[in-house]
Design a protein around this ligand. Structure first.
Ligand code: N1C
Length: 367
């Protein structure tokens, strides 16, 4: 039989931990207090919450809270274990301390990781640069790659993000001249994945070279970088994409050198799914085509990739008029529509006759 029944905000039952629910407390004759908090039932010896917390009993009931001592004691034996945080004031304190310490450790680890990422940005980019430089060619040694990086970063370091010009890379271009066969030059526009699949061959079988097959193109392909005014660091994120960004000016500069170096029969792989395969804003149209010079370059072969979504063909004005107008008039011109599937087939084979440049397999009649 309950001596006293009292309803109150749990906030006053600080030792029971649940703070906002309404609780009903019953004080019984034998000194046992029953506290019901919503559907959960907590028990404590009248003066001694500590003891119950320590025994770790949590009695769950969904019914009304009035019950006799026997049933309470019965439940004490079948009760489930208390979560360590709940009723015991000392374990509660301990729990908060542990939680605080764990949260603190996580916060410290997180802060250290972020700090490392940010402060290593410069190192990460330069390390990637050096390691790609080393893997490009066995002969490249660390000190040569470091020197290249040093000249490279001079182009943009400390400059406003959108204030880097093609000429800023002149020293770099002079330091790293091309050495691939100039008559095996492959240019491209909007065919990035396919053209590189087509030209990717083992060193001894390689018969066609894109800019990405040269040292600088290989190192910087898919990279982003920039400097900032007043800083001597290289950033690889937070870089604006603008006309005179470090990245765009690099590709313009390298593409210009690459086209000037070309000789014999040059090939360009364009996309038949573009309305304008010869896009006036592309690097090929803006930078490369006008740097193909007769008599070094004899002919330009356009490979127009066709597939499911063809919107242009070799008869398009964009090729017959716009492209040919931009091309040195002494350079011969041809255009061939080649299905993408054929290009993929050719990706694994190499030509026996390297004089025809990059198109040997592509222009062979289908076997
Ligand atoms: O603008 P695009 O093509 O016509 O440029 C491709 C053309 C090729 O012939 C290359 O010699 O210009 C040269 N070139 C790259 O090699 C290159 N690698 C990676 C130009 N850009 C290159 N990139 C990046 O792709 C660069 O960020 C640039 O802006 C794009 C151009 O791709 P595009 O429009 O398909």
């Amino acid at each position: 039989m309950a001596l006293q029944v009292q309803q109150q905000e749990c906030i006053s039952l600080a030792s029971v931990e649940i703070r906002t629910a309404t609780c009903t407390t019953e004080v019984h004759q034998d000194g046992i207090t029953v506290i019901a908090v919503e559907s959960a039932l907590w028990i404590r010896e009248s003066a001694n919450i500590v003891q119950l917390g320590a025994t770790g009993l949590n009695l769950q009931t969904h019914g009304p809270i009035s019950m006799d001592t026997a049933s309470i004691q019965d439940k004490m034996h079948t009760g489930t274990e208390l979560p360590e945080c709940l009723p015991h004031p000392t374990s509660k304190k301990k729990c908060w301390l542990i939680s605080g310490a764990v949260a603190f450790v996580f916060a410290v680890i997180f802060a250290v990781v972020i700090w490392k990422v940010l402060s290593n940005q410069q190192q990460t980019f330069s390390r990637r640069f050096i390691s790609k430089c080393l893997e490009y060619k066995k002969d490249n040694n660390e000190s040569y790659c470091q020197q290249i990086f040093h000249v490279f970063e001079k182009a943009y370091i400390g400059k406003p993000m959108c204030n880097v010009t093609m000429e800023d890379y002149d020293d770099l271009m002079a330091m790293v001249p091309f050495d691939h066969p100039c008559h095996q030059t492959m240019l491209w526009s909007k065919t990035n994945e396919l053209v590189h699949k087509y030209t990717a061959k083992d060193e001894d079988k390689k018969d066609c070279f894109t800019l990405e097959d040269t040292l600088l193109g290989y190192i910087l392909n898919d990279e982003r970088w920039c400097g900032k005014k007043g800083s001597n660091e290289t950033f690889d994120n937070g870089c604006d994409d603008c006309a005179n960004s470090a990245v765009r000016s690099f590709w313009d500069s390298a593409s210009a050198e690459f086209a000037e170096y070309a000789c014999g029969n040059v090939t360009v792989m364009l996309s038949g799914s573009e309305e304008k395969p010869f896009n006036p804003f592309s690097t090929f149209a803006r930078v490369e085509i006008k740097r193909l010079k007769h008599p070094f370059v004899k002919k330009l072969n356009v490979i127009l990739v066709t597939g499911n979504k063809n919107v242009s063909n070799c008869a398009a004005d964009n090729l017959n008029i716009d492209l040919q107008k931009a091309l040195d008039s002494n350079i011969l011109y041809s255009c061939n529509e080649v299905p993408e599937s054929r290009i993929r087939e050719c990706s694994s084979s190499s030509s026996d006759n390297t004089d025809v440049g990059c198109v040997a397999c592509l222009l062979k009649p289908n076997e």
